[in-house]
Design a protein around this ligand. Structure first.
Ligand code: SPD
Length: 313
């Protein structure tokens, strides 16, 4: 291409659709492992900093992770208002826990991840993500199956955050994108509790899964809302979906949100403030229509099948 200069000679391909690849230029491989559950890379990219990649799927990277983790965590925390007990399912990088622990009201956060080898590698190689939050005495790390933990917990959780890898067919997470799992989560939520999940891409050609996840949430929760965020290294705008027994205000007053964040949280958010939150909840017409028209519900018999298990070329 005239006028352009490619700087990497090592590319990690992520398959986005059967016809689209995002090639991430890699400058260093910091860790590689075939764990008991998945194939893990932690890489250094030329443009977007360090990234965690599981089974060929991009999880998050230091260059734009705030555009994923703040919208995943903060709207649910704000929707609750004063969460004390927070359960995180997945979230190996530790950035979701970091966002939860900003809240002064949080007394106990439990992060349950199935893959201790991934968590250990993230702790070692990506301190920019967890920012030391694993040392916060309010955080308890449990290495186990989320479904088993949901069966056994006797806490009424204020917020449950499902920060899972995308539901590729042979990956460890697809069962957790189903009605059965959402029902289990609802069963251990406090009455005013909020459940939130990373709910897939909302690019026009990939929108069906998000709409079906919202439809699945609607089968379980009285009140469901979606928001979107643009994470450039994901190659698509991304959906987050919330469910609760209580209404969720998708037109919050920006000044009230700013005041709440100032009162309740520590540190500085980069993407999310009152104005940013209001914007994230306002979905364009084609996404609203896809969600409104969708009736399919994901179940263990018919779970989502996310496209694209990639590999290094
Ligand atoms: N922390 C899990 C988030 C998974 C997001 N996957 C992004 C894939 C981008 N193509």
């Amino acid at each position: 291409m005239p006028g352009s200069e490619l700087r990497a000679d090592f590319w990690m391909n992520e398959y986005i659709t059967p016809w689209d690849i995002y090639a991430h230029g890699i400058t260093n491989v910091l860790a590689y492992k075939k764990t008991a559950f998945q194939e893990m890379y932690i890489v250094e990219t030329g443009a977007y900093g360090k990234a965690l990649v599981l089974d060929g799927k991009w999880q998050s990277c230091t260059g734009d992770e705030f555009l994923y983790h703040e919208p995943l965590v903060q709207p649910a925390m704000l929707a609750h208002g004063s969460p004390k007990n927070v359960l995180i399912l997945g979230g190996g990088e530790g950035a979701t826990a970091r966002e939860v622990l900003r809240w002064k009201s949080v007394q106990r956060a439990v992060m349950i991840d199935i893959d201790g080898e991934v968590v250990d590698a993230c702790r070692e190689h990506m301190p920019e993500m967890h920012k030391g939050c694993f040392d916060d005495p309010r955080l308890e790390l449990v290495i186990d199956d989320a479904l088993k933990y949901l069966d056994e917990t006797d806490t009424a959780w204020d917020v449950i955050i499902s920060d899972l890898s995308d539901p590729i067919e042979d990956g460890p997470s697809f069962k957790l994108f189903t009605k059965e799992y959402f029902e289990q989560a609802r069963g251990v939520l406090a009455d005013n509790g909020v459940f939130v999940l990373q709910a897939g891409p909302v690019a026009p050609v990939e929108l069906a899964m998000h709409a079906r996840l919202v439809s699945t949430l609607r089968a379980v929760f009285d009140h469901v809302k979606s928001l979107t965020t643009y994470v450039p290294s994901y190659a698509a705008p991304w959906g987050v979906a919330l469910g609760s027994a209580r209404p969720i205000d998708a037109r919050p007053d920006p000044e009230a949100i700013d005041a709440r964040l100032a009162e309740m949280t520590t540190g500085t958010l980069r993407a999310l403030d009152g104005t940013g939150l209001l914007g994230m909840y306002q979905l364009p017409k084609h996404i609203r229509k896809a969600i409104a028209d969708e009736t399919q519900v994901y179940t263990l018999r018919e779970p989502p099948k996310f496209f694209g298990k990639g590999k290094l070329q």
